[in-house]
Design a binder for this molecule. Structure first.
Ligand code: ATP
Ligand code: MG
Ligand code: FE
Length: 340
């Protein structure tokens, strides 16, 4: 019997109907990219309002596509952390309301655990135990995972997330929003060693990351010190491509080096990578090369399951197997999560 999963943590409104063997029976994602484009970043109030308008049609579409009736559902699962408060609230209130109206049990999901679970969804065999790397718009974290629900936090960014850095570099170069895919496209035409951008903390033994220094270095490379008005700058196309290529290389270098070190330290032969930035082609290629060299198994979430979606909410099935249901008075846990 199928479950309904709901995702509204940031700026994607998504729902899916997933059968108890993990097959996707129906799904719908409404992205808000066009709404936030003019601000070059997600505006929380705009996101919350858009979720509110879209959540019921999105759920309805997923259920219709699956060709099930609400009666057939065995549970309703919703990501209640972490994310933007107003965004989370819309999903959680919708899930609770439907769970009460349809008399279904509720399951609460950690959005970050779901990002990593997207890797298991694309693998026939178990990917556990493994080192898990999340590279998303809000997070850059390493975990040691013994199951989809048992994750030990090893370290994470102390300032910007990798995706956030991609988006900010995109904004500096007046590229489209979100910046990640745009920067990646330009990077393919640039010289990867054109700029010697910093690889912060790359040699340090801990598993924390820092990308704000890199972001500042990119800014100085574009404007020279002191100036801030990017909108007025006319930047040569080749310079843009070189900046993107050198930036992307710096980010990926750090991610690869730290992940390799985590695998060694935990004597682990399996790495999984999830989150929006894991869709990046250069990242996928560099990790594949590292896997061949170091002889570890690599599972990166398929590109369409890297960015936010409700299919990765299939992790709810793991919670249901454990009898881990949520009470109807669950609250949201907004904000970024470090150490979680
Ligand atoms: P979190 O999961 O931490 O709460 P989020 O849900 O906003 O944050 P995701 O949806 O996982 O983040 O990922 C979005 C991020 O992924 C954006 O920063 C976007 O620029 C980045 N991204 C998407 N595709 C690519 C790509 N091809 N290359 C680099 N970055 C990318
Ligand atoms: Mg998004
Ligand atoms: Fe996400």
């Amino acid at each position: 019997l199928p479950i309904l999963t709901i995702e509204s943590t940031c700026d994607e409104t998504a729902a899916a109907v997933i059968s108890d063997d993990g097959a996707v029976m129906g799904q719908c994602i409404a992205t808000q990219e066009a709404l936030h484009e003019q601000f070059r970043g997600v505006v929380p109030e705009v996101a919350a309002r858009a979720h509110l308008e879209r959540i019921l049609p999105v759920i309805d579409t997923a259920i219709r596509q699956a060709n099930v009736s609400p009666d057939d559902l065995t549970a309703i699962a919703v990501a209640d952390r972490p994310g933007l408060a107003g965004s989370l609230l819309v999903g959680v209130v919708a899930a609770k309301t439907l769970a009460i109206a349809w008399q279904k049990p509720l399951v609460s999901l950690n959005h970050l655990h779901a990002h990593l679970y997207a890797c298991q969804l694309s693998s026939e065999a178990s990917v556990y135990p493994c080192v898990g790397l999340i590279v998303s718009g809000g997070h850059t974290s390493l975990y040691y995972c013994t199951s989809p629900l048992d994750l030990e936090y090893l370290g994470g960014t102390i300032d910007d997330a990798a995706g956030e850095a991609f988006d900010k570099v995109g904004a500096m170069l007046s590229l489209g929003f979100p910046g990640g895919p745009e920067v990646s496209k330009l990077a393919a035409k640039g010289k990867r060693d054109a700029y010697a951008f910093p690889r912060s903390m790359i040699h340090e033994k801990h598993f924390d990351f820092s990308f704000s220094g890199l972001k500042t270095a990119v800014r100085y490379a574009i404007t020279g010190p002191g100036q801030q008005d990017f909108a007025k700058l006319e930047i040569d196309d080749q310079v843009k491509a070189d900046v993107c290529a050198s930036f992307e290389t710096a980010v990926v270098d750090v991610l690869v080096r730290k992940s390799r070190r985590a695998l060694k330290q935990y004597k682990c032969k399996q790495l999984i990578i999830g989150g929006g930035v894991a869709a990046n082609g250069y990242l996928r290629q560099q990790f594949a090369a590292a896997a061949t060299q170091d002889h570890f198994a690599l599972t990166i979430a398929p590109p369409d399951l890297c960015t936010d979606n409700a299919v990765m909410g299939a992790i709810a099935l793991e919670k249901i197997r454990r009898g881990d249901f949520a009470s109807f008075d669950i609250d949201i846990t907004p904000g970024l999560q470090r150490g979680f």
